[in-house]
Design a protein around this ligand. Structure first.
Ligand SMILES: Nc1ncnc2c1ncn2[C@@H]1O[C@H](COP(=O)(O)OP(=O)(O)OP(=O)(O)O)[C@@H](O)[C@H]1O
Length: 393
């Protein structure tokens, strides 16, 4: 049987496998991993092959325009040169697809609508160069596939019934994305927000704040990640002891600095780049009929949400919940009173959500793994299309 192949092209991870399966067969990582600082296109790790034959994949869209990333690939031809070795490797060396390749391929990329040159290149590579039986690019990106999962999940409690709407929060590598998705319909594109509050942005803030005049321990995002992992496993400690790359002796890192980095990246509602700002702006643009339900059903997905699950006191869910209430209360914070600039305005920006803010509920799509949820949704999409096809026969 020619099963549909499902490929999720993330900005630092590529997940690939077969439709109808519960997890991807393989997750490809960037060779540079978390330590990749320079905004360079990252390289997919090809087992057993040297650098010369490595595939390169550059995410087509970055909220923060870093040199050499978004603008690096302009034409369909350049995308073809990137996509052909990558997809060929996935099909032949990971999924062991035999020629002729009559499988169909479902591709999920972060953008809601892909740039035309990437779309053209995907068609050419899949249909012409690889002779695949068909290509399906998920319009709506990660939200389209997760929609399939949310629709199929049972109500959270027998009393509440099925949710009218969900707010999907995808915490990725360099950016976070938020959108409201309406049950039985689709995503509300006007509510879509993208911010630079991805997991790497948090690590960059940790790195910046941990390095003061006295010491310069945290020199890479990998080091910052180690410190964050140590903090997650000893929540109430004032300092955590971390064995960093450069130091022979374990470094003592104050958790206070990580709390501040976390606040700056995700919880500071006065900052337009924070996650809570994006989330509340998304909800402000949500039609009133769906607003309460969208607030009561905020679903966290993406690898970043998994990394932040146990952070601080109660994990990211309870911190975000508190930040939402505080942002919508309209009460100025002490330090904001000193400031008569934009932060004073920010404290009233979300006041109109005040009546429903206490209902905010944030959760993970358990029992599905939040970091694989987009791919699993794609697997459901692919399997449904497949069964429809066989049904027609
Ligand atoms: N299971 C996990 N546990 C801890 N951290 C994780 C996990 N999975 C991913 N991460 C971290 O979260 C980040 C985002 O992971 P994700 O799988 O969403 O990557 P991506 O799909 O390439 O990102 P994007 O959605 O921005 O394209 C990764 O860079 C990684 O550092």
């Amino acid at each position: 049987m020619n099963q549909t192949v499902v490929v999720e092209l993330g900005s630092s991870r590529i997940k690939c496998g077969y439709a109808g399966e519960s997890r991807p067969r393989r997750v490809l990582f960037s060779r540079g991993g978390i330590g990749r600082d320079g905004g360079e296109p990252w390289t997919v790790e090809l087992d057993g092959l040297g650098d010369s034959t490595a595939c390169k994949w550059t995410s087509p869209f970055r909220y923060s325009e870093s040199p050499g990333s978004v603008d690096a690939i302009k034409s369909a031809y350049e995308w073809e040169k990137t996509l052909y070795p990558l997809l060929l490797h996935i099909l032949t060396s990971i999924l062991f697809v035999q020629r002729p390749m009559r499988h169909r391929m479902l591709v999920i990329v972060n953008d809601i609508f892909l740039p035309t040159n990437l779309r053209d290149a995907l068609h050419k590579v899949a249909l012409e160069y690889l002779s695949l039986g068909g290509l399906w690019i998920a319009n709506g990106g990660p939200f389209e596939s997760i929609h399939y999962l949310l629709e199929g999940m049972p109500p959270r409690s027998p009393n509440t019934g099925r949710a009218k709407a969900h707010t999907i929060v995808d915490i990725g590598t360099t950016e976070s994305r938020v959108v409201v998705s309406v049950t039985g319909s689709s995503i509300l594109e006007s509510t879509h927000r993208v911010t630079i509050s991805g997991y790497e942005s948090f690590l960059s803030n940790v790195k910046e704040l941990c390095n003061g005049a006295e010491h310069n321990w945290v020199t890479s995002l990998d080091d910052a990640n180690k410190a964050v992992l140590a903090w997650s496993s000893s929540r109430h400690a004032e300092t955590v002891s971390v064995q960093l790359e450069e130091n022979k002796e374990p470094a003592q890192i104050r958790t206070e600095t990580m709390v501040e980095a976390f606040h700056r990246t995700y919880l500071d509602f006065t900052s337009p780049s924070s996650l809570v700002f994006a989330l509340l702006s998304c909800l402000l643009d949500c039609p009133v009929d769906y607003r309460r339900s969208a607030l009561q059903n905020i679903v966290l997905i993406g690898g970043g949400s998994v990394a932040l699950r146990g952070i601080g006191d109660g994990g990211i869910t309870s911190h975000l919940q508190r930040a939402i209430r505080q942002a919508c209360s309209g009460i100025e914070q002490e330090e904001e009173k000193k400031d008569d600039g934009p932060s004073a305005i920010a404290s009233f920006r979300f006041q109109s959500l005040g009546k429903v803010a206490n209902d905010a509920e944030i959760y993970y799509p358990d029992p599905l793994a939040a970091d694989l949820a987009v791919w699993i949704g794609g697997s459901v999409m692919g399997a449904l299309r497949q069964s429809q096809k066989y049904h027609k026969k």
